[in-house]
Ligand binder design. Structure first.
Ligand code: ZN
Ligand code: ZN
Ligand code: ZN
Length: 197
């Protein structure tokens, strides 16, 4: 289980949610823009887990970063780029994230891996700011995240979309971590429920 860390928290910049945009998020279905780069390989990357062949329908090794609260892919040696400085750090559950399926009333598509910062981020709005510089890019699977369903012993709720940097972050702490757009993440839209081991 995760433990509450006392941090020097910045005041959340835009903590107020705008329920009106929930509908906008839900309309992500059916647009083919998200498929660009699906099969793009990165030469020289030996541990190419996010671009593995289509064996199975979910990918493990997604983790919570206790520095920035972002969900990131833990399958590479260097752990990407953390908006709190340095690389991400893994804590807690080993999340197993579904990919490749259709969007449904309780599952949202267009979630992707960023090969620059290793975050799970929503690409439908275009590139959000990446802690590695410029915008996030997309590689590998198109993930489809369950939302607004009951959590179980093997799934965790309170994962949210950050409307400032477009990553998936854990909303269970009062300070909301560190955002690549400055300050803390800001939650909007669905309450994602992510399966874990
Ligand atoms: Zn981090
Ligand atoms: Zn990124
Ligand atoms: Zn953010």
């Amino acid at each position: 289980m995760k433990r509450l860390h006392q941090r020097d928290s910045e005041p959340p910049a835009h903590h107020a949610e705008s329920p009106g945009r929930r509908a906008l998020l839900a309309r992500g279905a059916g647009v083919a823009a998200g498929l660009v780069g699906l099969a793009a390989a990165v030469p020289g990357r030996a541990q190419a887990a996010p671009i593995a062949p289509a064996a199975g329908t979910a990918q493990s090794n997604w983790r919570f970063c206790p520095k920035c609260y972002t969900m990131f892919f833990y399958g590479y040696a260097d752990n990407g780029r953390c908006p709190a400085g340095g690389a991400h750090s893994a804590q807690g559950y080993n999340f197993i994230v579904p990919y490749g399926g259709p969007e449904t009333p309780t599952a949202q598509s267009y979630w992707r891996f960023c090969p620059k910062c290793y975050s799970m981020h929503f690409e439908y709005y275009g590139p959000g700011p990446c802690p590695a510089g410029a915008g996030h890019t997309e590689q590998g699977f198109v993930f489809v995240l369950p939302h607004d369903v009951a959590a179980t012993p093997t799934s965790q709720s309170n994962w949210r979309f950050c409307q400032k940097c477009f990553v998936l972050f854990f909303y269970g702490y009062p300070d909301n971590g560190h955002c690549a757009a400055g300050g803390a993440h800001s939650a909007q839209g669905f309450n994602f429920v992510i399966p874990h081991a």
